[in-house]
Design a protein around this ligand. Structure first.
Ligand code: VGL
Ligand code: ZN
Length: 198
């Protein structure tokens, strides 16, 4: 059994003051840093959108942030512009210990498809490459922390469980957006998928 910690999207835009701020997003940073010592493998993910990305409300005439739209791959929440490639908002929180990371997975770079999950884009079939990376390292057990519980953490954890990883989410080291009941829905979906919530 080889275990990895996956730290999801602990970036400035998801922390207070950021473009898509998650309440308390910065409160988890020191706890995540301390938790890193328990793992021999450490992977960070980074939401990484080109300007004008199709998940941004600003790219759709007449749409406001947090409204839903229909994409060729299904329903998609439209977001404020966030985590633009190379921007300060897209950078990791300055206190996150990034030095120890073995691997940084970027996602959401495809202009036409959003990517909540660290494994597959929102079409649920375009891979990010993370599964191959973990397989070649012999990693079987994953613990996930980060932002946001009800979007990127939830989709990553569900995909991980479906791919056969023994998957745990440490909810005390996550914070949620909680849009129209999305946290309760994500909690149910993760439980259904076989994810352990700790
Ligand atoms: C996320 C919304 C849009 C996340 C990323 O990291 O949970 N949420 N992009
Ligand atoms: Zn995003």
């Amino acid at each position: 059994m080889t275990q990895a910690l996956i730290v999801i999207d602990v970036q400035n835009d998801f922390c207070p003051g950021g473009a898509l701020a998650v309440a308390g997003g910065d409160e988890i940073v020191q706890g995540i840093n301390s938790f890193m010592a328990d793992f021999s493998a450490l992977i960070l993910t980074q939401d990484w959108h080109p300007a004008g990305h199709s998940s941004f409300a600003s790219a759709h005439d007449g749409k406001a942030p947090f409204e839903l739209t229909e994409m060729p791959y299904g329903p998609q929440v439209l977001w404020p512009d966030h985590c633009i490639q190379g921007s300060a908002g897209g950078a990791f929180h300055p206190d996150l210990n990034t030095a120890r990371a073995d691997m940084i997975v970027r996602k959401g770079y495809n202009p036409a498809i959003d990517s909540y999950s660290a494994f597959f884009e929102n079409d649920q079939k375009t891979p990010t490459g993370l599964h191959g990376y973990l397989q070649t390292r012999g990693i079987t057990d994953l613990t996930m922390v980060g932002l946001a519980t009800d979007f990127c953490v939830s989709f990553s954890a569900q995909d991980a469980a479906k791919l056969g990883y023994k998957t745990t989410v440490r909810t005390d080291l996550c914070r949620a957006i909680d849009l129209d009941g999305s946290l309760a829905a994500a909690t149910d979906a993760m439980t259904q998928a076989g994810v352990t919530l700790a």
